[in-house]
Ligand binder design. Structure first.
Ligand SMILES: [Zn+2]
Ligand SMILES: [Zn+2]
Length: 119
């Protein structure tokens, strides 16, 4: 589990299962089924965030508390890019929290479309 997390941290961005298995920290000891189970568990615990269209091309990235990115996903090729904008919903989150009384509110925002290469 530690090796998987440290590989994700050192990758520095959203990674696929395949990329993770080729990472120097895991290669040699990588059993895809095992790593996938760990990823799923970490995702359930909200340590990781899962981005993308479907399991085959899903990417995993650390779920940071305050620092997060929102993403754009290409529906053609599955390419994923972090949104180069201040998060558009943080203010809304505060408002939702105030009105609903919910605490620990978070969001996962993904925009879907065709990337320049696929347009
Ligand atoms: Zn594309
Ligand atoms: Zn956001």
């Amino acid at each position: 589990m530690k090796a998987v997390l440290s590989a994700i941290i050192s990758a520095g961005g959203p990674v696929t299962l395949a990329e993770l298995c080729e990472h120097p920290r895991l290669s040699g000891s990588c059993d895809k089924a095992t790593v996938y189970r760990m990823l799923t568990r970490l995702h359930e615990k909200r340590v990781l965030r899962k981005i993308g269209l479907h399991d085959r091309s899903a990417r995993f990235v650390l779920q940071h508390g305050d620092h997060h990115h929102d993403y754009m996903v290409c529906t053609e090729c599955g390419r994923i890019e972090a949104l180069d904008l201040a998060c558009p919903v943080e203010a809304l989150e505060k408002e939702v929290s105030k009105r609903s009384g919910f605490t620990g509110i978070y969001h996962e925002l993904e925009f879907f479309g065709r990337c320049p290469a696929c347009a």
